[in-house]
Design a binder for this molecule. Structure first.
Ligand code: ATP
Length: 451
């Protein structure tokens, strides 16, 4: 299975993912009827479910599976001084290069500066790199003046740092502990590209883990390993499509003393999915300096006072959607000229868990299927396929990654059994309706790709 799916993986292109996403309602271009807005995408009926599921698995992993991590939902708009303190006003820049001929704009670190212009091919037309700040600005209140300038947050992390003391004072947490947050972030990227990979508006899932500085090496290693294991164990991503990349000295962000990216094999090649950053006490110390509010922590047992160090795990939620789409996609050859497109989503992530369908529409079977579908709604996200065309229904559901199809037929009337058909193996078996919910629940818990 894995050998085959790897061979097929080579055929996963962004074009195929964009086309399937649009056709089946995962992702649409923003403002499409006006010609589209670059750098922004809309999540359709299936995409919003997929994105929410990815978020929920992450949230559970952080806040429910760890007894020392709590959640937060901070505002997107923050006091502008936050971004001076964090270093973003001064340092959150990319090197911008412009072609004098075609006016094309590029990130200097993404192109060969000695080579021809990547767009028009002209030689010696690329200008000198200049710093370009990635933060979006806007104004708060009715008058547009310098004093009303405000930023759209470029990362969710600062909302966590400025609430560090609030969380310590209002809950039982003790260092080492973490604060987790999911939310929108905005970056005026020089080039937005690769579908939902790099966009101006995106979502992050960030967790800041506050520690005693002496324990930095131990926790950095813990989070590095824990985060890479998470992708294969909890999201079902093939381990061979994940790897680490350690930041060299010239790559380190202004706040980092050590950083590893978790990279995924996207259709465009290996690219960053999540950053594990050792941020020292940079952020809390800077906020202490800029606000005048002490950000120290008192360890009651050791009678020790310190500004905690922070290990950050920073993952893209919208970028994770692209990873999950890429990893799940397969074009499987079943016979001469017969290819089925199937999304092998982990059932925890699948937008629809169970599709229920009658083998024919007549003789009361449609009504039976409707009834059964309704009875499963409390336990799973479900969908009714009412047409009575089983073969077509299976293919439609394979393409949106529904792991279980349940078919109601004439025998159902006699003995209250149905067939359950597995998406990956296409195997079928008969099962009592009374056992269906528990059966599916157990199956999801023990899911292995290919079953
Ligand atoms: P890059 O160097 O590629 O611009 P970065 O290293 O600045 O990215 P981080 O600041 O570490 O990225 O952001 C953490 C995570 O947020 C990234 O791993 C990525 O998943 C996500 N992310 C960052 N920028 C974008 C973007 N423009 N669009 C979508 N996701 C993004």
């Amino acid at each position: 299975m894995s050998e085959k799916s790897d061979a097929v993986k080579a055929n996963v292109t962004l074009e195929k993912l964009v086309s399937l996403s649009r056709r089946r309602g995962f992702v649409f271009q923003s403002s499409e009827i006006y010609g589209g807005q670059s750098g922004a995408w809309d999540y359709g009926p299936l995409g919003v479910e997929l994105k929410k599921n990815i978020q929920q698995v992450w949230w559970k992993e952080m806040t429910q599976m760890h007894d020392n991590i709590v959640g937060l939902d901070a505002a997107i708009l923050m006091h502008p001084k936050v971004w001076s303190a964090s270093g973003h006003v001064e340092n959150f820049t990319d090197p911008l290069v412009e072609c004098k001929k075609c006016k094309g704009r590029f990130r200097a670190d993404h192109i060969d500066l000695k080579g021809p212009c990547p767009t028009c091919g002209s030689r010696d037309t690329l200008g000198e790199p200049r710093k370009f700040n990635l933060m979006f600005t806007t104004h708060i209140g009715p008058v547009e003046e310098t004093s009303s300038l405000i930023y759209l947050r470029p990362e969710t992390a600062q909302g966590i740092f400025v609430n560090f003391k609030n969380v310590v004072a209002s809950s039982r947490v003790k260092v080492p502990f973490g604060i987790a947050q999911v939310g929108k972030a905005f970056r005026n990227e020089i080039v937005t590209k690769a579908f939902i990979f790099r966009t101006a508006e995106f979502e992050q899932m960030e967790m800041q883990f506050f520690i005693n500085p002496k324990e930095e090496p131990k926790w950095f290693e813990y989070w590095k390993q824990s985060r890479i294991d998470y992708y294969s164990n909890k999201l079902g991503i093939a381990p061979e499509h994940l790897r680490f990349h350690q930041h060299g000295k010239d790559e380190l962000a202004h706040y980092a003393i050590n950083a590893f990216d978790i990279e995924f094999l996207f259709p465009m090649g290996w690219q960053e999915l999540e950053g594990i950053h050792s941020r020292s006490d940079y952020d809390l110390r800077r906020h202490q300096e800029f606000s005048g509010d002490k950000q120290e922590y008192l360890d009651q047992e050791a009678q020790e006072r310190f500004i905690p160090y922070v290990i950050e795990t920073s993952a893209g939620l919208t970028r994770s959607v692209l990873m999950v789409l890429t990893d799940a996609y397969e074009e499987e050859t079943l016979g001469e000229g017969d290819v089925r497109t199937v999304m092998h989503f982990h059932p925890n992530l699948a937008p629809v868990k169970v599709a229920v369908m009658p083998v024919v529409k007549k003789d009361g079977l449609l009504e039976l299927a409707q009834e059964l579908e309704k009875s499963l709604r409390d336990d799973f996200t479900t969908m009714l396929e009412p047409t009575g065309n089983i073969g077509k229904n299976y293919r439609r559901q394979d393409e949106i990654g529904t792991p279980y199809c349940v078919t109601v037929d004439y025998q159902t009337k006699d003995d209250q059994t149905v067939t359950i058909r597995y998406r990956d193996s296409m195997k079928q078996e008969r099962i009592k309706i009374s056992e269906l919910s528990n059966f599916i629940r157990n199956n999801i818990r023990n899911y292995r790709r290919g079953q």
